[in-house]
Write a protein that binds this ligand. Structure first.
Ligand code: GDP
Ligand code: MN
Length: 499
């Protein structure tokens, strides 16, 4: 069955960026590093402590396989070294578990294109403007035969979007710089609604003014992390430009994939095959393959989880050009991609989303009246779906992620109940990493301090669930427990329809 939420709320998809990911595969390849203790014959105790630390600072895994065979080093030294390495590795793994990502960084098209052009990928010449006047000046400066003006928002489908000013289309072609100024006036400061934005659209703060090129053919190209193959995959279609989801649904044979071995990198043959599948002929095939390789290398270099180019086009002059760009990043890589993360543009978030982010929570507002408190994007989608299927409507959801503190639960309840539409709260937490008892303590504390007025249905499952249930049952608070997700959704929907 199609997911009713997925069908209804493009916004959800936009924020969740539910792309399969390969958890830090780049840095966690388990290399068994042979450490020959013979090298350190006299410094046994010192190297026990230092060697694993040095390895860690070099970002190498510290499991050690000892090739200690003969003289000098005692097996005790060797064992200690191994145990110390193991300790460091385990603590770092635990830390990694705590660092579950909250939100994947999304950049505007102009920012993505800058990264692309800096890395040899072919994009059009462009300027960015904040005002209509700047757009006009930029158009003059470009001195191009034709100009394309594009609204910058973090959503696709702009071409077919509509502005709150009444202007149709977030992408316009014109030969006259004056028209660029007039159009920009109807874009900047207005909301642009597309298939991927909320109904009311997203405010446009910037426009991109670029040299337009004729397009003789539009193809689709993306590089994603793919859970099925545990690595990156190239996805392409000769039918680009239009909705790729539609092509996938109606002509699945026109979607081509190439799995890439992340260690070996992209092979020439793979890039060539994709170029051919995309329909690039003659000298264009090599050019396209070269662009594909450059895009893949960029994908790796910047720790992207997604690079999507639609259209990946061809001009009558025989150029392969990336006409559009959408890049998402792995939040776990923030520490080594500081420049990129510094570009994060939070202006499109609702204030409550930013407030949630301050507590490491992810908040998404929706239209209904049941607040959902969940952990994990997948469970959030499932919870919203089940509410829909039982005749209710989610008001919002708040994703708690992993590594939870009691104070976060309190903040979460505060945010959830701040929305006046909320008539009931459904808590659906699966305690894998999360300890249910911490959630239960957080819930009871929040209920008391916030003097919760709306019905609360709680479904907890997993780690420490019995203790959690005792905490809730003994709290004396009017909390309805549910045995499973279905039961929880039914009870939550019933609690709002009763009124
Ligand atoms: P999106 O609608 O948000 O995906 O925005 P795009 O950047 O993909 O632009 C939408 C459409 O406008 C593309 O599919 C192209 O058909 C067209 N377009 C964009 N840039 C150019 C250009 O430089 N020249 C021409 N001829 N068409 C363009
Ligand atoms: Mn596009």
């Amino acid at each position: 069955m199609a997911s009713p939420v997925a069908a209804q709320a493009g916004k959800l998809l936009r924020h969740l960026a539910l792309r399969p990911r390969l958890l830090a595969a780049r840095s966690q390849t388990p290399i068994f590093l042979p450490v020959c203790m013979k090298i350190f014959p006299f410094t046994g105790p010192l190297c026990i402590i230092l060697l694993p630390c040095v390895l860690r600072s070099l970002k190498l895994p510290t499991y050690c396989v000892h090739l200690r065979t003969n003289y000098r080093t005692s097996s005790l030294t060797s064992l200690c070294l191994f145990l110390w390495s193991l300790f460091l590795e385990v603590t770092s793994c635990l830390k990694a578990v705590q660092l579950t990502p909250r939100r994947w960084l999304n950049l505007q098209e102009y920012q993505s294109k800058k990264l692309m052009s800096d890395n040899g990928v072919k994009v059009q010449r462009f300027f960015v403007a904040d005002t209509a006047n700047e757009a006009l000046e930029a158009a003059k400066k470009l001195n191009a035969k034709e100009i394309v003006l594009k609204a910058q928002i973090l959503a696709g489908g702009r071409g077919k979007g509509v502005f709150s000013s009444g202007l149709k289309g977030g992408v316009h072609l014109t030969k006259d710089p004056k028209v660029v100024g007039q159009l920009a006036k109807q874009m900047i400061g207005y909301n642009l609604a597309t298939k991927q934005t909320p109904k009311e659209g997203v405010k446009v703060n910037k426009v991109m003014v670029a040299e337009a090129l004729d397009i003789s053919r539009e193809t689709y190209l993306a590089i994603l992390m793919d859970r099925a193959s545990n690595g990156p995959v190239l996805v392409g279609s000769p039918q680009g430009g239009v909705d790729i989801e539609e092509v996938a649904a109606t002509n699945p044979e026109l979607i081509f994939k190439e799995q890439i071995d992340i260690i070996e990198g992209i092979k020439d043959s793979q890039a060539q095959r994709m170029a051919e599948n995309l329909g690039f002929l003659g000298p264009l095939k090599n050019q396209a393959a070269d662009q594909i390789k450059k895009l893949y290398n960029l994908f790796l270099k910047i720790d992207a989880t997604q690079v999507e180019v639609n259209p990946f086009g061809e001009t009558p002059e025989g150029q392969v050009v990336c006409f559009d760009a959408k890049i998402n990043f792995d939040d776990n890589a923030e520490f080594r991609q500081k420049d990129i993360f510094a570009m994060d543009d939070k202006s499109e978030n609702e204030p409550i989303e930013n407030e949630a982010a301050r507590y490491d929570l992810k908040y998404i507002g929706l239209d209904g009246n049941i607040a959902c408190f969940v952990n994990g994007a997948g469970l959030a989608m499932a919870t919203c779906d089940i509410i829909f299927l039982n005749g209710g409507k989610p008001a919002n959801f708040l994703d708690l992620g992993g590594g939870v503190k009691e104070s976060q639960v309190y903040q979460a309840f505060k945010l959830l109940t701040a929305d006046p539409k909320v008539e009931a709260i459904l808590v659906n937490i699966f305690g894998g990493i999360v300890n249910c008892a911490i959630i239960a303590n957080g819930i009871t504390k929040a209920c008391r301090e916030l003097e919760l007025k709306v019905p609360l249905v709680v479904r907890l499952e997993g780690t420490n669930v019995h203790e959690a249930q005792n905490i809730l049952n003994n709290s004396g608070l009017p909390i309805t427990s549910a045995v499973d997700l279905e039961d929880a959704a039914k009870k939550a929907v019933a609690s709002v329809t009763k009124k």
